[in-house]
Design a protein around this ligand. Structure first.
Ligand SMILES: Cc1ncsc1CCOP(=O)(O)O
Ligand SMILES: C=C1C=NC(C(F)(F)F)=NC1=N
Ligand SMILES: [Mg+2]
Length: 216
């Protein structure tokens, strides 16, 4: 997988904004996000057909901007929506099982909080790992203890060439240090979905994340 895809990895569900999620997604796409994940969970999350319909609309929007559409956790939803990949956590279906029943050319992402989980992801053939939570976050109800920049550096040191995206409480001011610590990009939910000006904020995340790439 081209690690450039991880530069600014926006994640959102309908309950991460008070606005129309499709409008927020389009503004983020116009701002230049490099990858999108549909993560519909937690309070007031959509279910069943409403969730599938939103997934399909979001996928079409991503494809209009040539951006891959990833689904969080739910393999069957990802298959039904004909997504471009899946992101799974440590408490979801194991990656090796998921790969057996999903397209060869999908993007497969795995969450990792420590070196052991990162090693397993490498062995299981993940295309990237989401490393965090780097900082405190209210967006994920069951988030683990923050691992900080040190946590990123430790996982970077054992992950070899595996693309790494940092996640958890990430705001604009954090991007430079997170990239310097070894992440190939940043994954953001509320830092973009709650922004006054979503497009401009996404543009800034993209500039900062790309700048560090050329810098380092
Ligand atoms: C899904 C997830 N995994 C670790 S932290 C987190 C939530 C990140 O949300 P935010 O960017 O709003 O802190
Ligand atoms: C819990 C998660 C951790 N990391 C990521 C990603 F940023 F995509 F790697 N997505 C998630 N849903
Ligand atoms: Mg999960």
């Amino acid at each position: 997988m081209d690690k450039e895809l991880l530069r600014v990895y926006f994640i959102m569900g309908s309950n991460n904004t008070t606005r129309d999620p499709l409008t927020v997604l389009e503004e983020a796409l116009q701002g230049g996000i490099t990858l999108f994940q549909f993560r519909e969970k937690g309070k007031n999350a959509l279910k069943g057909k409403a969730k599938l319909d939103l997934a399909i609309k979001m996928k079409r929007l991503c494809h209009a901007y040539n951006i891959p559409f990833i689904v969080n956790d739910e393999v069957d939803l990802a298959l039904e929506a004909k997504a471009d990949g899946i992101h799974i956590g440590q408490d979801d279906e194991p990656l090796i099982h998921v790969k057996k029943r999903c397209p060869e050319n999908w993007i497969y992402g795995v969450s990792a909080t420590n070196e052991l989980e990162a090693r397993h992801a490498v062995q299981d053939g993940a295309d990237y790992i989401g490393v965090g939570p780097v900082y405190g976050t209210n967006t994920k109800e069951d988030a683990k203890q923050p691992i900080g920049l040190k946590g990123i550096a430790e996982i970077r040191s054992i992950a070899g060439e595996l693309p790494i995206v940092a996640i958890g409480g990430i705001k604009l001011g954090h991007v430079f240090n997170i990239r310097k610590a070894g992440a190939d990009g940043v994954s953001v939910i509320s830092g973009i979905s709650h922004a006054e000006k979503v497009r401009q904020t996404a543009e800034l995340f993209c500039n900062y994340s790309h700048f560090t790439a050329s810098y380092s």
